[in-house]
Design a protein around this ligand. Structure first.
Ligand code: IMP
Length: 199
């Protein structure tokens, strides 16, 4: 089976991406399991950071590597936390704290809620080939207080357009069917480069 490295140390992402890749018959191993270092995310956008992570993992492992850089962009906060979504949770990765910060910063602007969207940028780096990139989005609004114990990150405070349940309340397969990550994956699959790796 062809091995592919998931260039992430985030267990929530590993779970979701492994679920999306499993049907393809790829042998998924995470950068964390391989003990690969986490490169610094120095780009100014999601696609740039996804490239940095995928290319670092492909180079260190000499295997194809897939990276996801994603985040929550809140219109009322001029797109924040955006590429800083993970960093807003602090060193303890406390997303109750990060969600409270979103809520409090909106309140400081006199807003009780705001439109927003999740973005997922995917980069697939294959040793000695050009890196491929794809981006998916899902739009909706913030809710307060947070609702639901599924998913990860900002899921409990996000209500996608047309839904009555937050991402935190949805069953994982329902979130997978419509999320920013699922949309980026759809583009990746349509490109065919990933299925071309499967032997
Ligand atoms: P990254 O590892 O720098 O890409 O961090 C992305 C951060 O964005 C995560 O730690 C989450 O806080 C947030 N995020 C990305 N995707 C999702 C999602 O599907 N649900 C909730 N939060 C997400």
């Amino acid at each position: 089976m062809t091995k592919i490295v998931l260039a992430t140390h985030n267990p929530g992402k590993v779970r979701e991406i492994a679920d999306l890749l499993r049907p393809l018959g790829l042998d998924v191993v995470s950068a964390g399991e391989l003990g690969l270092p986490e490169p610094e995310e120095t780009a100014k956008d999601f696609l740039g950071n996804a490239c940095i992570k995928a290319e670092a993992a492909a180079q260190a492992s000499n295997l194809p590597a897939l990276a996801d850089d994603s985040g929550f962009c809140v219109d009322g906060l001029n797109g924040d936390p955006g590429i800083y979504s993970a960093r807003w949770a602090g060193p303890d990765k406390d997303f109750s704290y990060a969600m409270s910060r979103v809520h409090e910063e909106l309140e400081l602007k006199g807003l009780s809620e705001s439109r927003g969207h999740f973005v997922c940028a995917l980069a697939l780096a294959i040793p000695s080939a050009e890196t491929r990139m794809f981006e998916g989005r899902v739009s909706g609004k913030t809710v307060w207080p947070p609702r639901g114990g599924h998913g990860f990150g900002y899921d409990p405070m996000f209500l996608a357009d047309g839904q009555t349940q937050t991402f935190g309340e949805m069953a994982p397969q329902d979130k997978h069917a419509m999320s920013h990550r699922a949309r980026a994956f759809q583009l990746l699959l349509e490109d065919g480069v990933l299925t071309g790796l499967v032997r």
